[in-house]
Design a protein around this ligand. Structure first.
Ligand SMILES: [Zn+2]
Length: 172
């Protein structure tokens, strides 16, 4: 059995470091940006979806046995496990399936004016088949489940094949 030292706590007491301590140079720190290069294989379904967004189009994919359009598209249907079969260009309109009024920004910092985020069900897809996005040109008091919305796109030269090529969905 080892003898415990009474003057030594079982943990090392520390000082909480705040982001401002770094900014105000109260602590020693180093900044290092790794030059890491990588590529990410999106696969055929997500590649087509993102290329479509760059062109201002939203592509879904059809599963014939289940008679449903899946968006964002996948090469297989998780209901019947069969391959999906036909690309469908969807309208950029839909309804709000659900939403949140968020007082945290994407980096989890508190914000005064909330952002509105949620799931949009596009027209031409079955209920509960939507994807997450921002809602805009409406206030937290105006947003409602079931509200008709339309995509607001970035300008063509600003698009880069990203879900954020759609800036947000606005009331229709
Ligand atoms: Zn299916």
């Amino acid at each position: 059995m080892t003898e415990e030292k009474k003057d030594c706590p079982p943990y090392a007491p520390g000082t909480h470091v705040r982001e401002s301590d770094i900014r105000d140079k109260k602590i020693t720190f180093t900044w290092w940006e790794p030059e890491v290069q990588y590529s990410w294989s999106l696969g055929p379904a997500m590649s087509k979806f993102l290329q479509g967004l760059k062109a201002g189009k939203i592509f879904g994919i059809h599963c014939k046995p289940c008679k449903r359009v899946i968006v964002p598209p996948r090469m297989f249907c998780e209901y019947c496990y069969g391959p999906t079969d036909e690309w469908i260009e969807l309208p950029d309109t839909g309804v709000i399936e659900t939403f949140s009024i968020s007082y945290l920004d994407p980096d989890a910092r508190r914000i005064e004016e909330p952002i509105l985020v949620g799931v949009v069900d596009l027209d031409g897809t079955p209920p509960h088949h939507g994807f997450m996005h921002y809602f805009g040109e409406m206030t937290k008091d105006q947003i409602k489940i079931g509200m008709k919305v339309k995509a607001v796109w970035k300008l063509e030269h600003e698009r880069e094949g990203s879900i954020n090529d759609i800036k947000y969905f606005k009331p229709l």
